[in-house]
Design a protein around this ligand. Sequence first.
Ligand SMILES: NC(=O)c1ccc[n+]([C@@H]2O[C@H](COP(=O)([O-])OP(=O)(O)OC[C@H]3O[C@@H](n4cnc5c(N)ncnc54)[C@H](OP(=O)(O)O)[C@@H]3O)[C@@H](O)[C@H]2O)c1
Length: 322
Amino acid sequence: MLHDHLRRPAVVLLHDDRRSRGWFGRGRMAMLPRNGCWAGAVYGPNFSPANLELLSRFYKKYPEYADKTFLSVKGGLAPERLGPDGSPENLRRSVTFINEKLGGIKKMDLFESARVPTNVPVEDMIKTLVELKNEGHFQHIGMSECCAATLRKAHAVHPITAVEIEVSMWSYEEETKKVIAASKELGITVAAYSPLGRGFLTGTIKSPAELTAGDMRRRMTRFDEENFKHNMALVDAVKVVAERKGVTPGQLAIAWVISRGPHVVPIPGSSNKKRNLENLASGDVELSEADLGEIDELLAKTSIKGGRYNDAMDPKMLRLWG
Ligand SMILES: NC(=O)c1ccc[n+]([C@@H]2O[C@H](COP(=O)([O-])OP(=O)(O)OC[C@H]3O[C@@H](n4cnc5c(N)ncnc54)[C@H](OP(=O)(O)O)[C@@H]3O)[C@@H](O)[C@H]2O)c1
């Protein structure tokens, strides 16, 4: 199974001298053997393929890493509206685009449907992906932001290697638990995105005013002034446990995600080398039953205000738990 072959957390050591906001930037990067790298066909503030171009430059410079790393790329968004489109034409376009942008030295290992499209039944989308896989565009099929029932439907057509969902101390919903449980049963790796609560759980952001005007977290309900203040109670509680364990709050947050099961691989993002190394070291943090019990207790008594994205947006647009 994929998770048996990957470091946890999966992390891309990424230098971004222009500090492009924690997403895959345009800077320099380095990867470690057995690293899993989760990318997207279009990512970042301008929805550009800059991260694929960055990967292309990396593999050109270090071709020996083509075999040492596992590359997952999310795609399948319709180019004109950036919503998922599971039609055979669009999936073929997306898959071809991704491998072309990667530059020929490394093909993606896994293609992941970016959210669940509603224009085709999920079974039909998987059948198309099986055709593309059999043509050699990639070796593995992944899903993202899907509920457990959809994951089961997809897996019944063809084995799903990985599913990418949000998992963190402040994003641990009933459906999160169901997807983690279904994945365990079916032998699927869970790529746990935003394990640091988009940076919030590290305790380094003291106020939403610190975020630049273009920072997408400014549009997330949990980062509204009032909610932010309320939600800081969780960070304060996390800090106490982290201090006692001699780790940073961010490391504790990632270690907690790792503790959800051996098949759960957190994918923290940072544009900063030092922070990436700090995040990577979370894989060595051991949490005892007593530690986990203490964290469970503090999570149970700390409420979080605001949903995972923007509460004012039409849920159909967000397509959470598709
Ligand atoms: N499937 C989806 O819908 C979806 C959605 C969101 C994210 N993702 C994926 O998940 C990855 C991670 O998610 P994310 O970036 O949203 O959230 P995250 O990993 O929870 O947090 C990243 C943020 O935390 C900061 N950070 C990272 N390490 C830190 C540390 N040790 N100390 C202090 N701050 C730290 C980063 O800023 P600096 O860059 O300044 O360090 C960045 O702003 C993304 O790269 C993306 O691949 C997927």
